[in-house]
Design a binder for this molecule. Sequence first.
Ligand code: PLP
Length: 452
Amino acid sequence: MQTKYLLSQNDVPTRWYNVLPDLPVPLPPTLNPATLQPVGAEDLSAIFPKDLIEQEVSQDRFIDIPAEVREVLQLWRPTPLIRASRLEQAIGTPARIFFKYEGVSPTGSHKPNTAVAQVFYNKIAGIKHLTTETGAGQWGASLAMACSFFDMACQIFMVRVSYEQKPGRRTLMKMFGADVFASPSNQTAAGRALLAQDPNSPGSLGMAISEAVEIAAQNPDVNYALGSVLNHVLLHQTVIGEEALMQLEQAGVEADVVIGCVGGGSNFGGIALPFYRRNVLDGTHTRLVGVEPMACPTLTKGVYAYDYGDTAKMAPVVKMKTLGHNFMPAGIHAGGLRYHGVSPILALLQEHDAMSAVAYYQTAVFEAAALFTRTEGIIPAPESAHAIRAAIDQALEAKEKQDERVIVFALSGHGFLDTSAYDSYLAGNLQDYAYPEESIRQSLEALPQIAN
Ligand SMILES: *Cc1c(COP(=O)(O)O)cnc(C)c1O
C-alpha cells in the first residue's frame, strides 16, 4: 500500500482559487471602523498594498501566483499527503485517513504560504517595513522569514502570555532579523492605554492587532500584514487544497469529509475551499468540517454579526461569527485558535450549511495528539490536534457503521516548539474549560450597532 503522495516541484499550483464568485450569496461589505460605512480602497491603502486590496474583493475565480512567490513556495511545496495507516489500525477502523502535512515548511506550519505572497506584494508596492501581531508565534515566525527573503524590516507584537511561555518562536523570529515586542507594549498609544488599565494584562490577539495596525496606519512606508481571517489570506492558502485534490486523484479516492482546525480559518479554508468548488461546480458531496476549542467556540457559539477585528476598533469591521472583540481567552494551549472572530467567508458558508463545525475540550484533543504521535510519529501542533480529534471521531463512527469513508485532514503544523503544552498534558495538568455563556453574552453587547 502506498503511504505517501508527493507530486513534484512542477506541480506546485500556478494559480490560487478565489471562492468569492462561487459563494451562495455575495459577502456583506467590509466597513470602516470609524464611520461604519463600507470601506473604499483608499481606506485600506493606509495599511495594505494595492494588489492585496484587489484580491480581497476580486471576482476572478483563479488568480495567477507570481513566479517570484511560486519559486519560494517550491522550497517546501508540494507538501506530502500521507495515508495514516497506523492510526487507522490502532483505531480498528475501515475508514481511510489521509493527512496533508503543512509542518514541512521551514517554520513548521502552513503560515508561510500567505506570508511569502503578502511580503512580495508589499515589496513591489515600495513598502519598506511590515508590522504584525502573533499569538503562539507561528505567524510572526513565518512573516519574519518571508521578510528576510525579500529584504524587508519586520516588527512583531507577540501576545504577552505567549511571549513568556514560548521563547522558542521568539528566538526564531529574532534569528530572521525581526523586532519582537510583548503586547500590550509601550510602543503604541493602544498598548499604553491597555497597560494603564491592567499592567499585568496577558494580552490577546485583538490587542496585538491594535498595536500593529496603529504603527502601519501612521507611517506611509509601513504596512500591516494579517496571518488569517481575510479573504486574500484564505486565497493564498488554497495551494493546500489544490495539491490535495491532485494527490487524492493519484491515490484513486474521493474525499468524503475534509477537516481542519479553525482559528481565523486560513488552514481550513486553504484545504476546504477547492473541495467546496467541486461541490458547487461538479456536484460532489464532500463534507467540510471546521474544528475549534470549547474555550474559544467562535463557529459553534458565536453570533453571525458585524464586529471589530481588534480591541481598539482600528481594524476593518466585517460580518463574521464572533464572540465579541472584548473576548478574553483562557490560557489554553492552542494559542493559534484563540481569536474572537473568524473568516467572513467561512462564517457565510456555515450560515448556508456549506460547512459544519465542532468544538472539543483540551484533554480530548491532547489524547488524540498522543495517539497520533505514537502511531504516525509526528508530534502535532496543539492547534492541529483539534483536526486529528475530529478525524479520529469520524473514523470511530465509520467503525460503528462499517463504512470505508475517506477522511482527509490538514495537519497545519508540527509541535516541536510546543513541548511545554505536552508537558502539562503528560503531568495531568490540563484543565477542560468551556467559555462561559454569560461572558459570551456580555462580550456581544459591545458589538457595533449595525442593522445586520
Ligand atoms: C495559526 C495556526 C492555526 C490557526 O490559524 P488558521 O488561520 O485558522 O489556520 C492552526 N494551526 C497552526 C499550526 C497555526 O500555526
